[in-house]
Design a protein around this ligand. Structure first.
Ligand SMILES: C[C@H](O)[C@@H](O)[C@@H](O)[C@H](O)C(=O)O
Ligand SMILES: [Mg+2]
Length: 444
């Protein structure tokens, strides 16, 4: 029987002790524990929608609570109401009369919206029996555009323009889909360059990645200039002159400091500086881009860019040369599609952010959709890949010679294995109980 309504919602606080190995560490997040609220939407059939958003440990329970509060607006709704006009349904979640005050459309509330709407999209793709990228690619342009809330975007992109863009990109779609199936979508890796890694570990991981066919690498910078010079030189020498090197400062610097610091690294031939300063400082990023683009360094940002309205300003101001949408920071798939369309209109390539648990599983769908159905270009486009925690997913992302292989299973690739959920649920899971007993963690 096909599902007709949402009958229940469960949320679990899932955390992984990644900080023990310094996986995921950067100049601002010294010891992150990759975590997610794990949401399951139940229906009146056997099908379920699974969704996550991403945090780095403490406070994950706050997002879980926000999801529980918001889920009351989803449970009991008919699927006709939800999917009949998804854009309006999404607005009802982000703009509830009283809860809107907590955002609007930012912070904890927007992370909660992401977790819930990711679950709704996962369910939609499962109902259609398609992986999410294929659901998006096959959807009629009018229908896809109706899933987007265009409020505050109309000065940059109208629904009609979006429909026209999608229709135009239908040309050559089959060929591009075939190409994706054959070659996959290009990735870059961050796994070799976490800030807390010793040089020997960097060397070992970098050599392994090169052997696997990866040609694009990202290093964390921003804490110490002499250290950055040494690490970037080490990486450049390891990967050779032709491969791509990116760096990420995770918001560590002032505006002028960003420019000065990057000038010191210029001889390492760096393609982008990511998050040099506050993610809210549009004019600051614009100034940095003005100084660095002539030196061949673009500005990348987006993993903490809170909504489509912020992206609009960054894009229109020439403040980002690479647009790093985040599947869990933006309010789910339809807001990501909105930014993908807007970035395409203004000629800014989409390079999604994948640092975190499950993000690689999600963003591959968005990049593949972007290439087949929107931008039709691979120029300057690459999707982040991290070699962490994939073993916990039922359908983990698959890499082939540095390219994401398009997922085949119906849904948004989010389902985690039940045993992983049980072991890593904070604080009662077996893994956490052991670490707490050893004194490595305390429950506050
Ligand atoms: C705390 C996280 O690992 C971040 O360092 C990570 O998301 C990073 O900014 C990235 O670009 O992957
Ligand atoms: Mg980053």
């Amino acid at each position: 029987m096909a599902p007709t309504k949402i009958t229940g919602c469960s949320v679990r606080d899932i955390r992984f002790p990644t900080s023990l190995e310094k996986d995921g560490s950067d100049a601002m997040n010294l010891a992150p524990d990759y975590s997610c609220p794990y949401v399951v939407l139940k229906t009146d059939s056997a099908l379920e929608g699974h969704g996550i958003t991403f945090t780095v440990g403490k406070g994950n329970e706050i997002v879980c609570h926000a999801v529980t509060v918001l889920s009351k607006m989803v449970v009991g709704q008919s699927l006709d109401t939800i999917y009949g006009n998804f854009g309006m349904f999404w607005r009802s979640l982000t703009s509830e009369d009283q809860m809107r005050w907590l955002g609007p459309e930012k912070g904890v509330m927007h992370l909660a919206v992401a977790a819930l709407t990711n679950a709704l999209w996962d369910l939609w793709a499962k109902i259609e029996g398609k992986p999410l990228w294929k659901l998006l690619v096959d959807m009629e342009p009018e229908k896809l555009v109706s899933t987007i809330d265009f409020r505050y975007m109309m000065d940059a992109l109208t629904p009609q323009e979006a429909i026209d863009m999608l229709k135009k990109a239908r040309n050559g779609r089959e060929k591009r889909e075939k190409e994706m199936q054959e070659n996959g979508f290009p990735c870059y890796t961050t796994s070799c360059g976490w800030l807390g890694y010793e040089d020997d570990k960097i060397k070992k991981l970098c050599k392994e990645a090169l052997a696997e066919g990866i040609t694009r690498f990202k290093a964390k910078v921003g804490a110490d200039l002499a250290d950055d010079k040494r690490r970037c030189r080490l990486l450049r020498d390891l990967i050779g002159p032709k491969n791509i090197l990116l760096v990420d400062a995770n918001q560590r610097w002032e505006v002028q400091e960003s420019i000065d610091w990057m000038k010191e690294l210029v001889d390492c031939n760096i393609t982008w500086i990511e998050e040099p300063t506050s993610p809210d400082d549009i004019l600051g990023h614009q100034e940095i881009a003005k100084a660095l683009v002539p030196l061949g360094i673009g500005v990348a940002t987006g993993e903490q860019c809170q909504n489509r309205i912020m992206f609009k300003q960054f894009i229109k101001a020439g403040a980002m040369q690479f647009c790093q949408i985040d599947a869990c920071r933006l309010g789910g798939v339809s807001e990501c599609v909105a930014v993908i369309l807007m970035a395409c209109k203004y000629g800014v390539p989409i390079c999604p952010h994948g640092g975190g648990v499950g993000l690689c599983e999600l963003i591959q769908h968005l990049s593949i959709f972007d290439y087949i159905a929107v931008s039709a270009s691979l120029e300057n486009r690459m999707t982040e890949y991290l070699d962490h925690l994939h073993q916990h997913f039922k359908n983990p992302c698959v890499m082939n010679r540095g390219n994401y292989v398009p997922p085949k299973a119906p849904g948004y690739s989010i389902d985690m294995k039940e045993e992983s959920l049980a072991e890593y649920e904070w604080p009662k899971g077996k893994v956490w109980q052991k670490l707490i007993a050893q004194g490595a963690y305390t429950v506050e």
